[in-house]
Design a protein around this ligand. Structure first.
Ligand code: 5AD
Ligand code: SF4
Length: 461
């Protein structure tokens, strides 16, 4: 997966003038990393770092890395190799380039990175981003000093500055880490034990986002619905409180675990209109035998039941999921059970992956590792089913009027783009609508990844 580079925040102009230092942040992997990269940008802005879209001439390059599958990790080492050439060239021009590796690869393989890649100056784990200014200053003062840092999740949340969102939607991280120990997954090792941010801090950050014009908040956590505040307050309680914040029109959350879909959370999907009718609920497999070997803590029947209960309270709820194919011991019948579950549930969108053995995880040592060719073939078959479901879900929107949160200008003059309740990108013709408004849009076209339409204000007036 390619990294994403970030746009400059709107408020970067002043600091650019004051000290034209350039930082490039490349982000790999999940939304947690996207959120963390934004926070790193916010921490560095007061030091005069302006964001740039390419690493080639940056004074500081941060790679915010992902360790979830082997491919993601390999990308980091090949990107470091590419950066080496730029660092050498800049050294020839009498300029420096500080290279920092952040994220889960930094956490899991910090020492190895230092050994394998001498051009890396800093390794910083996901809990230590608030220390970046100090680490960078030390690295710059004493060239050649190489640093590694890691701290607790609580310290990080307390120390990071207020957010500077650059749009009408924002992520808000409320929970980190995981105690579930699915046998294929590195997260419990890289992100550590489950940690929930205190209620008050989350509410304060959400209010601050609302004050700055944010209308839609996506709560983030590796196991977001395992969130627990003090005094027995749970995730549904938090959502309820957040929904009371004026200005916040839409709430979402990811990634949730099926076993943590509590009764009150399911009920809230029926009762709280600000909770969007779209839920990412990873299932991983449709085979009970494989789910057990994965230590998923749920079987296929339980998953189907959760979906049925959600649909009973909110009939228009759409689901997305993650599947892994080729887990050790997966037979053709087990694979077939995954395909069967997909067909029964009908997903609006889905991610599917080939099982990738990760060092230190139990599944990597299991017997019955599956041939790469078999994995490829099963992945292709499953993706054909899931791709067809996504297309038909999007096609099903044609003719409907959807409330779209306006996020910015569209592709052509006079066009806008925004998001449907189902997180689809919508490009539409419109009159005078402002970013942050929620407007009715009649959908006239659909592709696998987006919708087109035009405002339908008069028709619904
Ligand atoms: N191999 C393949 N896919 C994995 N995932 C997590 N670990 C692995 C692995 N070892 C997938 C799961 C998870 C998503 C974020 O990544 O489907 O839900
Ligand atoms: Fe990984 Fe399982 Fe935890 Fe999700 S629930 S982060 S897949 S261990």
């Amino acid at each position: 997966m390619a990294y994403r580079s970030m746009r400059r925040p709107r408020n970067a102009k002043m600091s650019e003038r004051a000290a034209p230092k350039q930082v490039f942040i490349g982000t790999y992997g999940c939304q947690m990393n996207v959120y963390d990269s934004e926070r790193m940008r916010d921490v560095l802005a007061p030091l005069g770092y302006a964001m740039v879209g390419e690493p080639d001439n940056a004074d500081l390059v941060i790679l915010n890395t992902c360790h979830i599958r082997e491919k993601a990790t390999e990308k980091v080492y090949s990107e470091i190799g590419r950066l080496r050439a730029h660092k050498d060239r800049r050294a020839g021009e009498g300029k420096g380039m500080t290279i920092a590796i952040a994220g889960c690869v930094a956490q899991a393989e910090g020492e190895e990175i230092m050994r394998r890649a001498p051009e890396v100056d800093l390794v910083v784990g996901p809990q230590a981003y608030h220390k970046l200014p100090e680490l960078i200053a030390r690295a710059a003062r004493k060239s050649g000093e190489r640093l590694a840092a890691n701290f607790s999740a609580q310290e990080k949340f307390d120390a990071l500055p207020a957010r500077a969102p650059d749009g009408v939607t924002a992520f808000l991280s409320i929970q980190e880490g995981c105690d579930k120990f699915c046998t294929f997954c590195v997260v419990p090792y890289t992100r550590g034990a489950e940690f929930s941010r205190p209620f008050a801090g989350v509410l304060a950050e959400a209010r601050a986002l609302a004050d700055r014009g944010v209308r839609e908040i996506t709560l983030l956590g590796q196991n977001v619905n395992a969130y627990h505040g003090a005094g027995g307050l749970g995730f549904a309680d938090l959502l309820e409180r957040l929904a009371r914040i004026e200005g916040i029109a839409r709430l979402r959350y990811m990634t949730s675990h099926p076993a943590e879909m509590s009764d009150d959370l399911i009920a809230l999907h029926g009762a709280e209109p600000k909770l969007m009718p779209y839920l990412h609920l990873p299932v991983q497999s449709g085979s009970d035998r494989i789910l057990k070997a994965m230590n998923r803590k749920h079987d296929g029947a339980y998953y189907r039941d959760v979906v049925a209960r959600l649909r009973a309270v909110r009939s228009d709820i759409a689901l997305s999921t993650d599947f892994i194919v080729g887990f050790p011991g997966e037979s053709e019948k087990d694979y077939g059970d995954s395909e069967q579950l997909a067909r029964e549930v009908g997903f609006a969108s889905a991610f599917s992956f080939k099982y990738s053995p990760r060092p230190g995880t139990p599944a990597a040592l299991m017997r019955g590792q599956i041939d790469e060719a078999v994995k490829n073939e099963r992945l292709a078959r499953l993706q054909a089913v899931l791709g067809e479901q996504q297309r038909s879900f999007n096609d099903g929107q044609i003719g409907r009027i959807l409330p779209v949160l306006v996020a910015g200008r569209g592709r052509a003059p006079g066009q806008k783009h925004g998001r449907s309740p189902y997180l689809q990108a919508v490009h539409f013709e419109s009159g005078a609508v402002r970013n942050g408004e929620i407007v009715p849009v009649r959908i006239i076209g659909a592709s696998q990844n987006s919708l087109t339409g035009s405002t339908a204000a008069l028709e619904v007036a």
